[in-house]
Write a protein that binds this ligand. Structure first.
Ligand code: ATP
Length: 248
């Protein structure tokens, strides 16, 4: 992890009508960091993720991603990030190779480069035999690993992962996280939401959100120490409950 801010968020507010989905969020994320964004269902995680990815505008606040102001340069932000959601990241009726070609084209990579990257990627993942297989026929874990590889095909500064391992078995989740570590070591910042608390333990830092607000941000060890808990799961149960905010 390098001491260079790639995401800078100050007093971010996002309202839907009178409902406040993101309530004055302030945080920074660093280059190469694996940043876990946790919160119960409806806490406001996807809302933030969509703003940071340039897909939605904040109601107010300062947000810079990969050095670009999100209000003025959302299109530039999009060129510097990768995005992967829980489902529908790849086209189910296209083959593995066709998906990689398609996304490479969307990211503006030259055809020759995409062809080279496709071979390299499939070899490194031991997927060469699946090159011509239809995505929809592959197991979920395999699809998700491939979707992650595709999300970083263009060497983005940051990759946003929204519950990438939902429904994936523990062994494949572990392999998925090996890919995350490699991306981080290569200098890609990984911004990940998850409901799996074992995965939260793998992050460099974790933000825990409740009812639109960030309750705390720290390393897993720092959080466990502060709240006198054995696991991040115990910390989460202690501080992420909605009633927590109401009682202060
Ligand atoms: P989950 O873990 O279930 O994915 P989340 O933390 O990602 O939850 P969000 O999807 O960000 O939560 O939603 C936060 C709140 O904002 C929810 O109450 C949701 O109903 C509301 N919300 C999200 N998008 C909209 C929208 N376009 N219009 C109105 N309300 C919305």
């Amino acid at each position: 992890m390098i001491n260079e801010k790639v995401i800078e968020v100050k007093d971010l507010v996002k309202k839907f009508g009178s409902f406040v989905a993101n309530d004055n969020l302030t945080f920074d994320v660093y280059r190469g960091e694996i940043f876990g964004f946790l919160g119960a269902n409806g806490a406001g995680k996807t809302t933030t993720l969509r703003i940071l990815s340039g897909l939605s505008k904040p109601t107010s606040g300062d947000v810079r991603v990969a050095g670009f102001d999100i209000y003025r340069h959302a299109e530039r932000v999009k060129r510097h990030i990768g995005y992967m959601c829980q489902k529908f990241s790849l086209y189910e009726d296209l083959t593995v190779a066709e998906n990689i070609m398609l996304y490479g084209g969307i990211y503006g990579l030259p055809k020759k480069l995409i062809e080279g990257k496709t071979t390299e990627l499939l070899e490194s993942m031991d997927f060469t035999a699946y090159r011509k297989r239809i995505i929809g026929d592959l197991p979920l874990g395999m699809r998700q690993k491939l979707a992650f590889a595709v999300a970083i095909l263009h060497d983005p500064d940051i990759v946003f992962l929204d519950e990438p391992t939902g429904g994936v078995d523990p062994i494949t989740r572990r392999q998925f996280w090996e890919m995350i570590y490699k991306a981080s070591a290569d200098g890609i910042t990984v911004f990940v939401t998850t409901h799996y608390m074992d995965e939260a333990e793998y992050c460099d830092r974790v933000s825990i959100m409740s009812e639109g607000r960030i309750v705390d941000i720290d390393s897993p060890a720092g959080l466990k120490d502060k709240y006198r808990c054995a696991t991040v799961q115990d910390v989460f149960v202690k501080i992420a409950r909605p009633s927590n905010n109401k009682t202060g």
